[in-house]
Design a protein around this ligand. Sequence first.
Ligand SMILES: C[S@@+](CC[C@H](N)C(=O)[O-])C[C@H]1O[C@@H](n2cnc3c(N)ncnc32)[C@H](O)[C@@H]1O
Length: 268
Amino acid sequence: MKFRPYNEDCITGARRIKAESIDCMICDSPFGIGEDKLDAVYNRKSKHVIKGYVTAPVDYYDFSYRWLKEAYRILKPTGTLYAVSGTTNLDHMIKAAKNCGFKVLNQIVWHYNFGVYTEKKFVASHYVILRLAKCKYPTFYRECRFKAHEHDDAGLSLLYRDLQDVWIIKKEFSRGKTKNPNKLPDELVKKMIQYATKEGDTVCDFFMGNFTTAYVARGLNRKVIGFELNKEAFDYHVPRLKMLKAGYMLNQDRKKDQKKDEDQLKAA
Ligand SMILES: C[S@@+](CC[C@H](N)C(=O)[O-])C[C@H]1O[C@@H](n2cnc3c(N)ncnc32)[C@H](O)[C@@H]1O
């Protein structure tokens, strides 16, 4: 299964990609809050953090508009773009997406554990994931994770709960592990990919960071293309990814995997 990573700026690099060729995009752009300097806030030891995280330019609207415009060009007419955003620049992101021609189909709330402590306002404990598309009904594999007849022990529909637009998924503990700041949980990325693609489809990530999209998409036997400006992160992850067999997650015990998904739902 093809894996095409580029250590380049996504906006210029995307010109390599053919128009309307991508099934799904997961883009977790820098948030424009100086997150490269927030190790203490996020309770992580800087010796484990890969150096070289590239933050957003000052004009966040302009930056968002420029990468979203390229994303619009390469996305298939029935494709899905998930854009992850904090709350600080969410309005810029939505405005830029609409001005590029995207429809905002969902504003998924990803609620995570251990929010950022604040003295004078409520604790920030969610991100927004904009589900964007060119049309009103992009590809949506509604029963890719749970079937309509599946219920939990209390008789509640697992499918219905999974389809709600609040996703409660824990951030991963990676104590002592090497990481780029702001890794998305594998579970979160897996859910996004499953609802929008099937095996063999192409997933693109403009801001690969810890390459979570690449690990999960490759694990689910999807083709992967993406960009990361940070050479240290790129050189750390790309060789590791190339050693992994495409589809390695599909061969894991599906029952165990489903149990994990169900446990996440029950915790909700
Ligand atoms: C929030 S992180 C992505 C984290 C990723 N989703 C994960 O789970 O690990 C954003 C990443 O975008 C990279 N970046 C910033 N500007 C970029 C650009 N113009 N092109 C490509 N990568 C960029 C940063 O270096 C950073 O690693």
